[in-house]
Design a binder for this molecule. Structure first.
Ligand SMILES: *[C@@H]1O[C@H](CO)[C@@H](O)[C@H](O)[C@H]1NC(C)=O
Length: 354
């Protein structure tokens, strides 16, 4: 049997590509009795840089995209339509972190696979539909701000930011403070491919695994094992070393001794098709395993959790070797470089409807 496997995987690889599409040869792989064919790049599309969501914030969704499986349909002319959920990163953090509220952006997408497209907009059309803000166990907004604090909720001690004013550098003299969970969102998985069941988000501060209901309210949390929690001077310290935009000169964080390297947390995450097993992968090695340098950080930890009931159970931990490449911009003692991983997808026969 032959299956057309390219549509979804190719689509998501192609989302941000804005280059002419190279025509690629089909690639075939046989697994057991089944032959799978990848047809290569079949589309590209994008959301304009000036697009804003219903809260007036610039739309981004660069961390991960997940498909609402029940929404997928294909018209007689070969056009696919579906709803997709996009996960922005921690907001505008090019010049320090800010009180950007983590969220999902909801899009209706239409996509007609093609080997070429000369239009300005591409053949994957994104229509913004809605925004779901991510809130904590009590319904309060989370924040993209770097963590300078911890908060305990439902028995879990989680990364948090405490700040004066609005978290954008206004009203800094205000005597009252706000404390919000700090989330640097990276991975997204809808439970059984359906937003109605809720979803999991992976994060880089903790690094943590957060389960939300369909309204974006936190309902469960998985704390990383001690060896992965970031430690400074022997204490768990969640800061990624990215100061708030208004406090860049005064903010100082000491070197980390162990745990996930800064900004190298759970960058990849996915669920098994039945929604019962969650996998989370660090972006590169922990600091005690070479994480501080981009040419020694290739040994990376993959966590496996049984999430069929709460609290989740740790089932296994694996060690992966990441691929490497040579970068002529560096001397030979700093090569080969490690290709830190940015995304992970769970694929089984159910993914192809088998
Ligand atoms: C969360 O942020 C949204 C958007 O700014 C705001 O409308 C809402 O009131 C906030 N929620 C809480 C509980 O403060």
């Amino acid at each position: 049997m032959r299956f057309q496997t390219s549509i979804l995987s190719t689509l998501f690889l192609a989302l941000t590509a804005m280059v002419p599409m190279p025509v690629q040869a089909d690639e075939t792989v046989t697994i057991g009795d089944n032959e799978f064919v990848s047809y290569g790049l079949k589309g590209f599309g994008y959301v304009g840089a000036s697009a804003v969501d219903k809260y007036g914030d610039t739309i981004s969704f660069g961390s991960s995209v997940a498909l609402q499986k029940s929404s997928l349909s294909v018209a007689s002319d070969g056009t696919y339509t579906f709803t997709a959920y996009g996960l922005p990163d921690r907001g505008y953090n090019v010049d320090g972190t800010n009180n950007y509220i983590p969220r999902l952006q909801v899009f209706d997408i239409s996509f007609k696979p093609s080997d070429s497209d000369s239009s300005d907009t591409g053949n994957i059309k994104w229509s913004y539909k809605d925004t779901i803000l991510l809130t904590d166990f009590n319904g309060n907004n989370m924040t993209g701000l770097d963590s300078n604090d911890k908060v305990t909720m439902n028995g879990y001690k989680m990364p948090a930011a405490t700040f004066h004013g609005d978290g954008w550098g206004n009203d800094l003299d205000s005597s009252s403070t706000t404390t919000a969970i700090s989330l640097d969102a990276e991975g997204l998985a809808l439970i059984e491919g359906d937003i109605a069941n809720g979803f999991w988000v992976s994060d880089e501060y903790g690094p943590g695994l957060y389960k939300f209901n369909s309204d974006g309210k936190l309902v469960d949390y998985i704390k990383a094992p001690d060896a992965i929690l970031p430690h400074v001077d022997g204490k768990v310290t969640y800061s990624s070393g990215n100061p708030p935009s208004w406090d860049k000169d005064d903010w100082k964080v000491d070197d980390q001794d162990s745990g996930r390297d800064r900004n190298k947390g759970y960058e990849g995450m996915d669920l098994s098709s039945d929604g019962k097993t969650l996998y989370a992968l660090l972006q590169s090695a922990t600091d005690q395993e070479g994480g501080e340098k981009d040419y020694t950080d290739g040994t990376v930890r993959l966590m496996k959790y049984d999430v069929s009931s709460s609290p989740a159970k740790a089932v296994a931990e694996y060690v992966l070797e990441l691929p490497t490449y040579n970068d002529p911009a560096y001397d030979s003692d700093k090569n080969p470089r490690v290709a830190a991983q940015s995304e992970m997808r769970y694929i089984d026969m159910l993914t192809f409807g088998i």
